[in-house]
Each structure stands twice: as C-alpha cells, then as structure tokens.
Design a protein around this ligand. Structure first.
Ligand SMILES: CC(C)(COP(=O)(O)OP(=O)(O)OC[C@H]1O[C@@H](n2cnc3c(N)ncnc32)[C@H](O)[C@@H]1OP(=O)(O)O)[C@@H](O)C(=O)NCCC(=O)NCCS
Length: 394
C-alpha cells in the first residue's frame, strides 16, 4: 500500500533558511530571531529587509529601503483603472489578485522569451520591494472604494504602518494604533511552508515569474482554512454578540460539528507562538478604545472552546478583533495579511529560484481500471508510443 500523506501533513519537501517553526518549543524564528523580539523592537520595513537579505539592516540599509519603498507607494493609474472595472461587490482579495496581475503584466511587458520572465535574483528583489510598497495603497483603495470615499495620497513623512493607516482612513494615525498594526504586520510576515507560500514556491519551481507566483499565493491565502480565517473570526464573534451567549452558542456550533475559526493549526498543537504578542497588541487597543466588552467576549470564547476541545487560538483569533477595533472593514482583514505576507512570499520565491527543483509529487490512482472508447481503433503510431518502456508525463 502506498503511504499517502494527505495534505502533505508531516512531509519535509525542502530546506529553507527564512524561518523556523518549532511546535515543540512553541517558537517562530525569522532568520534566527524570535518573532516576538522583532515585533517588540523593529519597524516592519526592517523585518522585510531581514527576510529578504538574511540579517537586520544597518541604519543606512534601512534608510535606503525606506527611500525606495516611499518612492513606490502610489496607486498606479493602470492598477486603479483595473480595480475600477471590477464590481464594487468584488471581494478585496479578488481586487488585490487583479492588481498584482496588472502590475506584473506592466512590469514584464516586452519580455517575449518566456525563459527571461523569471528574472535574476536582483531583479526579483527590486520587484518584491515595489510590490511591498504598492500593496498598502491597493488595500486602502479597496476599503475606501467600498465606502464611496476618494483615495488619499501617500505621505512621505510616515513609516510603512503609519502610512498604511493614513491611506485607509485619511486621518493622522494614533501611535498606539500604529504600533498594533506594525506588530501585526511583523507577525503575519512569514511562516515557513504554509499553503500560500508553498503555492508560490510551486509556481516559481516551473520558472514562472514572481508576479504569477504571488497571484497564485493570494488565491491560496483567500481560503478560510488559511488567511480568510481572520475575517471568519469576526463573523463568529458578531454572531455570538455577547459573552453571555458564548456557552449556548458553542454548544450548538459544536453539536453541528462546526469549525470554530481562529482556533487550531496544522503545525502548532499546543498554541500558536504568535498569539501572546498579538493578544498584547489587542489588549492595548481594547484599553485605547475603552472596549472591555471585546475582551470579555474574546476571553470567554477562548476559555470555553479550549476547555472543551483542547485546541488553542491561532494568530487570526486576536488579529480579527484588533483590526475590527481599528476600523478596518472585515473584508479588509485578509488583504492586510497579503500586505504583510508579501515579504515572506517573495523571500521564498527568491530562495526557491536559488536552488530550484520542479515541484511535482506523485498521486496514487484510484479511478476506474483501463477501459476503451467504443469504436476506437488504435493506429500504428499510437501503438508505437504505448510500446515505449517509460514515458514521462507533465
Ligand atoms: C487550521 C486547521 C485547518 C488545521 O487543521 P488540521 O491540522 O488539518 O486538523 P483537522 O482539521 O484535521 O482537525 C483535527 C480535529 O480537530 C478538530 N478541529 C480542528 N480545528 C478545529 C476548530 N477550529 N474548530 C472545531 N474543531 C476543530 C477537527 O474537527 C478534527 O476533529 P475530528 O478528528 O473529530 O474530525 C484547523 O484547525 C481549522 O480548520 N481551523 C479553523 C480555521 C483557522 O483558524 N485557520 C487559520 C489557521 S492559521
């Protein structure tokens, strides 16, 4: 019997030097640094640099990255035009997927030999920084469009996270809120071979270009078992409404075998290493907005669910209510994840290119036995092919 690893669970498919998830010690390291130390001390731009280059930037290196990032912050006219063509009811993940496609088509226009589209590592680093710079304006544009608001021009005097808030709300961002967004961006940036990153690596392994890999990754992230969970958490919290409703709601939901979004993880089985840092950021926001009711609902659901199932919250559980308190639309939550994870995805794309092997697993066939189309008469050429000892298939 073939040993099938459904969902590739427990399978090691390659090496990576970008991050290490250790469920035994409940830790997550980016290039060797514990993520909670990075979230407490670094601006997101420095963590992006770390993921791409392998070490934290010097002051000059950080200044250079910031200068490039600030120079590419605007919403390109062709991107705006493409989003405007979509129905206003389009999911923002579809807007972002479209936007990245348009950027890719624009930046690779004129490359007629498919072998050249993949780009050099240096070109792909530049492409990565430009996508990193462009995404906040795209995310913010989606939210403002849904609210019938005009876009806001980016501000050169603000760091990445403050500018993201400015672009979304058009108001001077509060330092507490900037800090919470900065921490969430760092926590969401990278997580080894998760589904969307692996998707990006699969596409890259065919020698396709960085934009195609990112578009595919966005599609994978949209699903509620992956990035879409932060949105789904808010739907659940809204459905429950109040801490007093948790017990009857949970009894019914578990009776119906519903999955409770924001809990459980494929790798972490004793708690997600990122949760305490994001929960601390959520607590800061709860104090800032004076919303003890949010804390009560959050903690009651966590306590009740963990005591019944022994399954712990993942990062989406605290980040959903945090983004909600800040004023992001629920539909904007997964796009914010994209704005962050673009750093991890692109670091993996570049790493995959540096030691590439086409990713092509095997499947065990369990369909009907060979059978024949009525009336078909094999010709000599087909019989000759069938006689070859081994034939590889794409
Ligand atoms: C993330 C997730 C897909 C990991 O799943 P996995 O390792 O493949 O584990 P499974 O989905 O097979 O779950 C194993 C068992 O735990 C249960 N379980 C896991 N997560 C659960 C949840 N959030 N709510 C209720 N039950 C859950 C499953 O129903 C299953 O029970 P069973 O053995 O009685 O059938 C899963 O925990 C989940 O769907 N969580 C909710 C979505 C989410 O928050 N995703 C974001 C991840 S960062």
């Amino acid at each position: 019997m073939t040993d099938i690893k459904k969902g590739l669970a427990g399978v090691y498919v390659d090496y990576t030097a970008i991050s290490k998830v250790n469920p035994e010690t409940n830790s997550l390291l980016y290039r060797g640094y514990p993520v909670q130390e990075l979230a407490a001390t670094q601006p997101f731009e420095a963590v992006a640099y770390l993921l791409w280059h392998g070490g934290l930037p010097t002051d000059d290196e950080l200044a250079a990255l910031r200068a490039t990032e600030r120079a590419h912050r605007g919403l390109a006219p062709e991107v705006k035009a493409a989003i405007d063509l979509l129905p206003t009811g389009a999911h923002p993940m579809d807007e972002i997927r479209t936007a990245v496609s348009v950027i890719g088509a624009t930046e690779t226009a004129g490359i007629t030999n498919v072998l050249d589209a993949v780009g050099t590592p240096a070109e792909n680093l530049e492409r990565s920084v430009r996508l990193f710079a462009a995404l906040p304006a795209i995310v913010a544009y989606g939210q403002r469009r849904r609210r019938g608001l005009d876009p806001v021009e980016p501000r050169d005097d603000l760091d990445y996270s403050a500018n993201l808030l400015w672009l979304t709300f058009g108001e001077e961002p509060d330092p507490v809120v900037v800090d919470a967004v900065n921490r969430s961006m760092i926590l969401y940036a990278e997580h080894s071979f998760n589904a969307s990153t692996f998707t990006a690596r699969v596409v890259t392994s065919t020698l396709s270009d960085l934009y195609s890999a990112v578009v595919a990754a966005i599609g994978a992230l949209k699903g509620p078992l992956h990035g879409g969970a932060n949105e789904a958490v808010l739907h659940i919290l809204n459905e429950i409404g109040d801490a007093a409703n948790v017990v009857p709601w949970l009894d019914e939901a578990l009776g119906q075998k519903r999955k409770i979004m924001g809990f459980g993880h494929r790798v972490y089985k004793r708690g997600d290493s990122r949760v305490p840092t994001m929960k601390a950021a959520l607590d800061m926001l709860i104090a800032h907005y004076d919303r003890p009711d949010v804390a009560e609902l959050y903690e009651t659901l966590e306590r009740e669910f963990v005591s019944r199932k022994g399954i712990y919250p993942n990062l989406d559980y605290p980040s959903g209510p945090a983004y909600n308190l800040i004023g992001f639309d629920v539909l904007t939550f997964t796009p914010l994840f994209v704005a962050s994870r673009i750093t991890g995805w692109t670091a993996h794309i570049i790493e995959q290119q540096s030691a590439n092997a086409l990713i092509r697993p095997l499947s065990e066939y369990n369909g009907p036995d060979e059978r024949h189309v009525p009336g078909y008469v094999a010709d000599a050429a087909a019989l000759a092919v069938a006689d070859r000892p081994e034939e590889s298939a794409g």
